[in-house]
Design a binder for this molecule. Structure first.
Ligand code: ZN
Length: 326
């Protein structure tokens, strides 16, 4: 099965599951409130009567149709009243969709829905773990209390600094369509850079944006594989095109890749192309500014320093604190 077939199968499963859940809710409620079952049966019958009335060609057809539609409306109102009176949501007996836009078909007309694009990217870039990570690491679960209030030689406390960065990140995701910012997170490991990348990714995925999230070594590996496997050129182009064209590209751990001429070229190409296309990026790195200058060519570092908002993370490793708390 190829990616697309796998995803279509997934939609089928989602639809089945939601249908079964609806049946379960119906069963439960019809036992408790039998009038609701009668209403459903009457609605089905009415539906048939309406179809028949439309097909027949008698002069009183319009009057009949009007009557039938009125009955239909009355039944709908009665159903809603019963549900509300018994403290059920109005749509309790409606099918629930994971995606309201495409009703879990993956398509809007002949166009792929944004949820389809997300799934496609998840498959192509093996981002299955991302959904687990963002379930745990998101703005709601971010804990500012792990950052110390003690002032540092930077002039402010790690906590003040983080409050500022956190606000900027929340805004970044919220106003995503209205800015053209790239972010560069700098700082030692364990200060929350990846956590915030995950949080932004979650909010954007929730908004239906396409997000590719890769560590620098993974990204370079991916490009290498596509460049040097010539068995399927179409797929190769399309996969690389996503890297350049997705709504947000997050590159985690820049600087941990094996530094070669090839890796330098890949990073340069990605930065350059996305900047030309006005496509946003977030990059996190454990390197400091001097180390970036040392490790990367001038054409890369100048793009980073010239086109990214730089946020410096400092303080103690919060993962150690977390461990002590637990
Ligand atoms: Zn959809």
């Amino acid at each position: 099965m190829n990616d697309i077939q796998t995803i279509l199968k997934e939609y089928e499963e989602i639809r089945d599951k939601n249908r079964q859940e609806l049946e379960k809710r119906k069963k439960e409620l019809y036992e408790k409130l039998p009038r609701l079952k009668e209403i459903e049966d009457e609605m089905i019958k009415l539906g048939l009567d309406i179809t028949k009335a439309i097909l027949m060609n008698e002069e009183n057809r319009d009057i009949l149709l009007k009557e039938l539609h009125k009955k239909q409306t009355d039944l709908k109102i009665e159903k809603t009243e019963i549900l509300t009176a018994n403290n059920y949501p109005k749509d309790y007996l409606e099918i629930k969709y994971n995606c309201e836009l495409c009703k879990d078909t993956g398509y809007i007309g002949s166009e792929k829905c944004s949820c389809f694009m997300q799934k496609l990217i998840a498959y192509r870039y093996k981002q299955f773990k991302l959904s687990h990570r963002i379930a745990k690491e998101n703005f709601d679960s971010f804990n500012i209390n792990f950052y110390s209030n003690e002032p540092t030689e930077k002039g402010i406390s790690p906590r003040k600094n983080m409050e500022h960065i956190l606000m900027e990140c929340i805004k970044y995701a919220k106003d995503f369509d209205h800015h053209n910012k790239n972010l560069l997170f700098i700082g030692r490991p364990g200060l929350g850079k990846t956590f915030l990348c995950n949080s932004i990714a979650k909010d954007l995925l929730d908004l239906g944006k396409s997000v590719i999230y890769q560590s620098a070594p993974e990204l370079i590996d991916l490009v290498r594989k596509h460049k040097f496997s010539f068995d399927n050129e179409d797929l190769e182009d399309e996969a690389l095109r996503d890297i350049y064209e997705c709504d947000l590209l997050i590159i985690d751990d820049l600087g941990t890749e094996l530094s070669t001429q090839f890796s330098g070229l890949v990073i340069y190409n990605i930065l350059n192309k996305r900047l030309l296309l006005n496509k946003k990026m977030i990059i996190s790195t454990n390197l400091d500014i001097d180390e970036i200058i040392e490790n990367y060519s001038e054409r890369i570092s100048s793009r980073l320093f010239g086109n990214f908002y730089i946020y410096e993370f400092f303080g103690e490793d919060i993962r150690l604190k977390l461990r002590n708390v637990i």
